[in-house]
Structure formats: structure tokens, C-alpha cells
Design a protein around this ligand. Structure first.
Ligand SMILES: Cc1cc2nc3c(=O)[nH]c(=O)nc-3n(C[C@H](O)[C@H](O)[C@H](O)COP(=O)(O)OP(=O)(O)OC[C@H]3O[C@@H](n4cnc5c(N)ncnc54)[C@H](O)[C@@H]3O)c2cc1C
Length: 413
């Protein structure tokens, strides 16, 4: 029997897995990639700059179900190892407040570094493009990998085909969920994650909308289940921005279960409740001969002010003297608790990652399937999703290292 390792998917985790497996002694590695180029999504990451990790790294930055596996993988290959690894490929990394990027500011630097390392070992690592995995059959002494071109016999398979998130051009179609299911693995329900949230609130501002620093909380009834601070973008379609994206996986999950979710935006996050009461008192004592527009003028961006008045069905030209104190209080309350009903999460094509995927309970600590030994599952295909900030790529590197080291180690002993 040969000692071949087949890696399916030449994305972030698959390319890395090939280099790790080679460095651990594997000498017969085949990468199968259905696209005609490697690292398509990787080259789009971080707005084309590739936020490849974060100095503030721990398992709390990932979904709770992933805690244990992420801890193990980070212990095997953490942030320091990531920096050393890219340094070994000749790539310098810089930190921007803990967020790590290549100094080139170009994601293509990372793709090129991985691909050129692989091509320097082309006698041992073959990449086959435009070839799609269709099925895996696991036997006692070998594994058959059936693609749309042929059946490849091997000893180990590393599945790094990613999930469903990303623009169409990334070919993220979640092919391997079905394949893993056929091998006996459980697939946790999937949701778009790190994505904008949509609303059909008629008061939303027109066109591109407005950006504000705010605390955005998400509620079901009166219960807050997520709360984030940062720059929130409010557009005609809904809300986005990093704090919204961070909570989007949980929101998508609740919406899918039919639970109504409301975003509550605190547009005055620097004013505490006590000071806010004082502000209301002061504002209600102002000259009532002004228009409602002038009343709210200094509180937020004019588009936000307009939106709040529209929400309350108040004409901006209305005089404050025609408005009761309780109505004035109501207007002001909106600046602390602006409510927007979320109708749905954005789709997979606008999402950065997929929540859900291959159940971690079906994988051992080496990322190997318990049901189909010799088959490893890494990267976004697993039920792991991290926060925005380089966490998902760190998972790609750490899980790739864990699986590739074990797979190669088994063959070389
Ligand atoms: C726009 C965008 C920006 C992002 N920015 C960041 C960021 O800055 N930092 C961060 O940490 N994360 C970021 N992410 C998330 C990150 O890119 C992913 O988590 C990561 O790429 C997942 O790596 P992967 O190897 O699991 O999958 P992928 O990188 O998606 O690679 C999977 C590969 O498998 C191939 N494939 C799929 N099915 C088959 C099949 N049946 N046969 C053969 N090949 C197949 C695909 O063509 C693809 O090349 C971003 C995502 C997007 C969409």
C-alpha cells in the first residue's frame, strides 16, 4: 500500500496542511482543488490584507462548542507558531493593535508564500486543479477518494473544503458536509456568520446609510443575548459593521428557530443612565419654540436624527411646544435604545464564515474522524466559528497543523 496523503481543498487550511505534512516527513501528498487557482478566498481576506491571526488569542473567541478542540489546536500551534511559520516562508507579519497582517498589506503575499513553498517540493506535493471530490470510502488498510476524474487510493485524507460562506467565486458550496455525513459524522445545522443583519424597518435611512460608534445589543423579548461595542453601520437594508457581525451567528441561529430578534442600539454609549436622566431633564427645559429637528440636532448624525423622527412619525418642522414632555422623553429614549427589528441574517455569499458543520464530538484530538479513521476534518468545515479579527484563519492554521502532523507522523513511524 502507498503512503499517500490526499488533501482536499487548496484553501487556507489545505495549503498549510500540505506544508506541515511535508515538514513532518510525508513525501507523497496530493492536493485536490475544484477551482483553477489556489487560495481564492484567502486572497480576499481582511479586505485584501489578510488578518491572519490576533495577539489576543484564546478559545473564548470561538463558539462555545469549539472550546475544547480550539484549546488543543492552539496548544499544538498557537500565535507564536503562526508568526514563526510565516517567517520560515519569508513573510514578515505586523500587529495593528493586536490584529496581525503581512507587512505587505496584501493577502496575496500569504497565498504566494504557501503556493511557492509547495511548488518547491513538486516531486512530493502535487496539486490537481479543476478536480472535485465526490465521495470517500474507508477500508481497513486504505481509503478511496473518488473525484469527478478518478479514484485515488491513499492512507490518509485531510478534508479542508471549507463551508458555505463567501462570494460565489470562492466556490464555497459545502460539498463535504454530505460526504462526511455518509462517513457517519454528524453535521451541526449551518448558519451564515460574520454577516450583516437585514431589517424591513421603513424608517431606515436611504442609500448607503450612516456609521456611528454605538453599543448594539440583541434581544428576544426583554432578554439580551449578545452585546457589542464598535462602529455600527445603519443602511437602507439593515445593520452591519464589526459589532453586528460579531453577534450575527447567534442572531441567525435564533431567527432560524423562529425567535423574533430585535437590535437595540445605544447611540450615546458614553452617557450613563444617571447622566442620561439629567440630559432628558435639561433638554426638556430648553426653549420650546424650536422645531423637533432642532431639538435633536446635536444628539447624533443628522441621518440618525431623521430616522428617529420618522420612526416616531413626527414631522421635523413640528414645534416642541406642541409636543408633550412625555413625548419629548420618548424621542430622547430612542437615542439610548433605538430598536430595529431584524428580519433575517444576510446570506452565505455576504457572510465571512459558516457557523455549524462537522460535529467536533465526532473528531478526536487530532481532528481525525472517530467513525472513519484516517479521515481528518479541518478549517471551516468543522463546527468552529471565531470572532472577526483573525480567529478563523488561526483556526485554519492550528487545525491544519494538528491534523497534518498526526497524519504524517502515522505514516513515518
Ligand atoms: C470576504 C471574506 C473575508 C475574510 N476575512 C478574514 C480575515 O481577515 N481573517 C480571518 O481570520 N478570516 C477571514 N475570513 C474567513 C476565512 O477566509 C475562512 O475561515 C478560511 O478561509 C477557511 O479556510 P478553509 O481552508 O477551511 O476553507 P477555504 O479557504 O474556503 O478553502 C476551501 C477550498 O476547498 C475547495 N473545495 C471545496 N469543495 C471542494 C471539493 N468538493 N473538491 C475539491 N475542492 C473543493 C474550495 O475551492 C477552496 O479552495 C474571511 C472570509 C471571507 C469570505
Amino acid at each position: 500500500m502507498n503512503n499517500k496523503i490526499v488533501i482536499v481543498g487548496a484553501g487556507a487550511s489545505g495549503l498549510c496542511a500540505a506544508v506541515f505534512a511535508y515538514r513532518k516527513g510525508a513525501r507523497d501528498i496530493t492536493i485536490i482543488e475544484k477551482s483553477d487557482i489556489p487560495g481564492k478566498k484567502l486572497s480576499m481576506t481582511g479586505n485584501g490584507r489578510c488578518n491572519l491571526s490576533n495577539l489576543n488569542m484564546n478559545s473564548d473567541m470561538f463558539n462555545a462548542a469549539a472550546n475544547q478542540k480550539v484549546n488543543i489546536a492552539l496548544k499544538n500551534f498557537g500565535v507564536k507558531d503562526t508568526l514563526a511559520f510565516f517567517r520560515s516562508l519569508g513573510v514578515l507579519i505586523k500587529s495593528e493593535e493586536g490584529y496581525l497582517y503581512p507587512v505587505s498589506n496584501q493577502a496575496k503575499t500569504i497565498v504566494q508564500a504557501l503556493v511557492s513553498e509547495i511548488s518547491r517540493h513538486k516531486n512530493e506535493i502535487e496539486i490537481r486543479y479543476k478536480e472535485q471530490l465526490k465521495e470517500i470510502k474507508s477500508f481497513e488498510d486504505h481509503i478511496d477518494v473518488r473525484t469527478d476524474k478518478e479514484v485515488i487510493s491513499c492512507r490518509k485524507v485531510i478534508l479542508s473544503t471549507g463551508g458555505l460562506a463567501g462570494p460565489k467565486s470562492t466556490l464555497s458550496t459545502g460539498d463535504a458536509y454530505y460526504i462526511c455525513k455518509k462517513l457517519g459524522m454528524d453535521i451541526k445545522d449551518t448558519f451564515p456568520c460574520l454577516v450583516q443583519l437585514l431589517s424591513d424597518d421603513e424608517a431606515l435611512p436611504a442609500e448607503s446609510g450612516v456609521r456611528v460608534d454605538a453599543i448594539v445589543s440583541f434581544t428576544i423579548g426583554n432578554e439580551v443575548f449578545a452585546s457589542e461595542y464598535g462602529e455600527v453601520q445603519i443602511t437602507s437594508k439593515g445593520i452591519s459593521g464589526i459589532p453586528v457581525m460579531q453577534a450575527s451567528g447567534k442572531v441567525a441561529c435564533h431567527l432560524a428557530a423562529g425567535r423574533p430578534v430585535e437590535a437595540v442600539i445605544d447611540l450615546l454609549p458614553d452617557i450613563n443612565d444617571e447622566d442620561f436622566e439629567k440630559l432628558i431633564e435639561d433638554m426638556c427645559g430648553l426653549d420650546k419654540n424650536r422645531s423637533v429637528r432642532d431639538f435633536v440636532n446635536g444628539l447624533s448624525n443628522s441621518n440618525i436624527n431623521e430616522m428617529i423622527l420618522k420612526k416616531m412619525k413626527l414631522s421635523p418642522d413640528m414645534k416642541m411646544k406642541n409636543i408633550s414632555d412625555s413625548m419629548a422623553r420618548c424621542i430622547l429614549e430612542n437615542f439610548k435604545h433605538l430598536k430595529i427589528t431584524i428580519t433575517k441574517a444576510g446570506d452565505y455569499q455576504s457572510a465571512q464564515v459558516t457557523a455549524g458543520g462537522v460535529s467536533l464530538g465526532d473528531l478526536d484530538d487530532n481532528m481525525q474522524s472517530k467513525k472513519a479513521p484516517g479521515v481528518y476534518v479541518i478549517g471551516e468545515l468543522c463546527d468552529v466559528n471565531g470572532r472577526c479579527g483573525g480567529y478563523n484563519l488561526q483556526w485554519a492554521w492550528s487545525s491544519a497543523y494538528t491534523a497534518a502532523t498526526h497524519a504524517a507522523g502515522c505514516l513515518c513511524t
